[in-house]
Design a protein around this ligand. Structure first.
Ligand code: TXA
Ligand code: MG
Length: 335
């Protein structure tokens, strides 16, 4: 990491609700969750805003804090595949993917198990549930201490860029979240891959760090895609509305130059592009994993009143580049 990703001014005191993950703060987080309150916590992808997934009132508090439309369902987080099987029906395909990729940045959409106790609000009326086992040690510790399934969308106001540091959470949600467990910067940086296995044909609802080609190889099956290319399917994946992840400034894709009132979000060698209000480079060496980890933090840093638009250099459609381009297309979509 170079100094371009510099931390916020150290003069500002750290907001009180941000706590390092000690035995005491994890126990408090678990207590808050069990009492129906919200707790933000790190995962390997982005920070989540957690609530007890069995409580209608707790899940409703997530929607209220985010200002999120109620038709957009939430991901349920559990510490292991064994617990996940209490809440959803896993077929052979789902077991194979879970054994390969959990804990990790993969969410599976599966038929809900009847009578398992999940709030109906979690699924927003669908007969499926999205479930994932995160690998981040703080997420694992919190889930094991809470002993309840935890519904958790990204810990930001609806439509805004997902948080990848504890401070991003507080900047977006303020007093709406009583505790933010701090776990540093999220190593992946873009939200989990969402794969719908509730029908005969597997459908990729959101690209992420678990790559489609790797899942196709494991399943021996092609995986269909929705969204990301403008082909919205709000019914299948209500969260995949085209305009999303939106900074206040405009976003211009595939930029090969930068205007005087634009900021440059560069990727790879950028010496030939001069000008602009300011610039950040997602990865000067062209490393897509580094670029994904920096993406949301850099969009926030460039989103300043003096910046009319963020001009983004082309990002290759390979590996995590697919997820980066998906999020950037949503950020650039008409509002
Ligand atoms: O990486 C992540 O997945 C993060 C961390 C916190 O785990 N969570 C996250 O949650 O990104 P959220 O709520 O921002 O995105 C969940 C996505 C949405 O696009 C939503 O529509 C979709 O998953 N989803 C949830 N339940 C679904 C269901 N039953 N059927 C189809 N799509 C579903
Ligand atoms: Mg989100």
């Amino acid at each position: 990491m170079t100094d371009q990703a510099s931390t916020p001014p150290s003069a500002a005191p750290r907001p009180l609700q941000i706590q390092p993950p000690t035995a005491a703060s994890l126990a408090r987080g678990a207590d808050l969750l069990r009492s129906g309150a919200l707790v933000a916590f790190p995962t390997e992808t982005v920070y989540g805003l957690g609530a007890d997934a069995t409580s209608d009132q707790a899940v409703a508090a997530i929607f209220a804090a985010k200002g999120r439309p109620h038709f957009n369902p939430l991901i349920v987080h559990v510490p292991s595949l064994a617990e996940a099987q209490d809440f959803a029906d896993f077929d052979a395909r789902a077991v194979a993917l879970a054994e390969q990729h959990w804990p990790g940045p993969l969410t599976l959409v599966l038929p809900r198990k009847a009578g398992a106790g999940l709030s109906l609000l979690v699924s927003a009326g669908l007969d499926t549930v999205a479930i994932r086992v995160p690998g981040h040690p703080v997420a694992q510790a919190l889930l094991r201490a809470a002993r309840c399934p935890v519904a958790a969308p990204s810990a930001n106001r609806s439509g805004a860029v997902s948080p990848t540091t504890p401070l991003h959470v507080v900047e977006s949600l303020g007093e709406r979240v009583p505790l933010v467990l701090a776990g540093g910067r999220c190593p992946v940086g873009v939200e989990s891959t969402v794969l719908d296995l509730s029908g005969d044909e597997p459908v990729l609802l959101r690209p992420g760090a678990v790559l489609r080609e790797d899942m196709e190889r494991l399943l021996g099956l092609p995986i269909a895609t929705v969204g990301g290319d403008g082909s919205e399917s709000p019914k299948k994946s209500p969260g995949q509305l085209l305009s999303h992840y939106a900074p206040a400034a405009g976003v211009r894709l595939n930029a090969l130059d930068v205007a005087a009132d634009e900021a440059l979000l560069a990727f790879g060698p950028d010496q030939l592009i001069r000008g602009g209000v300011t610039r950040l480079n997602l990865s000067p060496t062209g490393d897509l994993n580094e670029a994904a980890a920096n993406l949301f933090a850099f969009l926030r840093q460039l989103d300043k009143p003096a910046v009319r638009a963020i001009a983004v250099m082309p990002i290759p459609e390979a590996g995590l580049g697919t997820a980066i381009n998906d999020r950037l297309r949503r950020a650039a979509a008409p509002r």
